[in-house]
Design a protein around this ligand. Structure first.
Ligand SMILES: [Zn+2]
Length: 195
C-alpha cells in the first residue's frame, strides 16, 4: 500500500464540487520541482490554487493537490468531470524511472477502485492540441498495469466474472481499451496466482 501525502494548501475563492467524475486526465509538468511550487505557480496565474488533484514525483512520492471532489483546472473545457494527475518531469525529452512509474500505476488503480472502477483514462493530448504528457510518457505501461490490478480486484470482490465480462469490456477507454479476451487473460492469471 503506497501513501498519498496530504497537503494543506490555501485556495483563493470557492471551489466548485464536481457533479460527476468519469475521467482521469494524465499530464506532465514539463519540468521539475515540488508540489508547493506548482500551487504557487497556479496562484500566480490567477487560479484558485493548484489545478491538479494529484502530483507524482520522480522519487515515487504522491501528493494530493486540489480536493478530489472539487473541479480541477488542468484540461480546458474538460475539467468538470475529470481528475487531473500530473507527473514531475518533461517526457518530451526524458524517460520515466521505475519509482515514478510504479506510483503512477498504483495511483490510477487506487482512483479507479475509489470510484467504482470505470473511469476513462486519457492523455491531455487526447483532449487538446498539446504535447502533454510528452512523447516518451509510458501511457500504455501505466494504464495497462493498473487495468490488471483493477480487474483482479474486481474479480476478487465478485464484481466481474467470466460470465459477465461483456458488461465490463471497454470499461476503461482512451488508449487503454481492455477487450473481453484481455480481461479473461487477467482473470485466469489472477486465478493461477491465488491457486
Ligand atoms: Zn497537461
Amino acid at each position: 500500500m503506497m501513501k498519498i501525502y496530504d497537503t494543506d494548501f490555501n485556495f483563493t475563492g470557492g471551489l466548485l464540487t464536481c457533479p460527476l467524475t468519469r475521467r482521469i486526465v494524465i499530464h506532465h509538468r514539463a519540468g521539475d520541482g515540488d508540489v508547493l511550487s506548482i500551487h504557487n505557480g497556479h496562484l500566480k496565474q490567477g487560479w484558485s490554487g493548484i489545478g491538479y488533484h494529484f502530483y507524482v514525483r520522480k522519487d515515487g512520492s504522491i501528493y494530493r493537490g486540489r480536493n478530489i471532489e472539487k473541479i480541477g483546472a488542468h484540461a480546458e473545457g474538460n475539467n468538470s468531470d475529470s481528475i487531473g494527475i500530473c507527473f514531475e518531469g518533461n517526457f518530451e525529452n526524458e524517460k520515466m524511472g521505475k519509482a515514478q512509474l510504479e506510483s503512477g500505476r498504483w495511483l490510477i488503480a487506487y482512483i479507479q477502485e475509489s470510484y467504482g472502477k470505470n473511469l476513462k483514462v486519457l492523455k491531455h493530448s487526447d483532449l487538446s492540441a498539446t504535447a502533454c504528457p510528452g512523447k516518451y510518457f509510458p501511457f500504455k505501461e501505466i494504464t495497462k498495469a493498473s487495468t490488471d490490478e483493477v480487474v483482479s480486484k474486481m474479480f476478487e470482490d465478485g464484481i466481474i466474472s467470466l460470465s459477465n465480462i461483456s458488461n465490463w469490456e471497454l470499461f476503461l477507454s482512451g488508449s487503454a481499451k481492455p477487450k473481453a479476451d484481455y480481461i479473461k487473460t487477467i482473470i485466469r492469471r489472477y486465478q493461477k496466482k491465488v491457486g
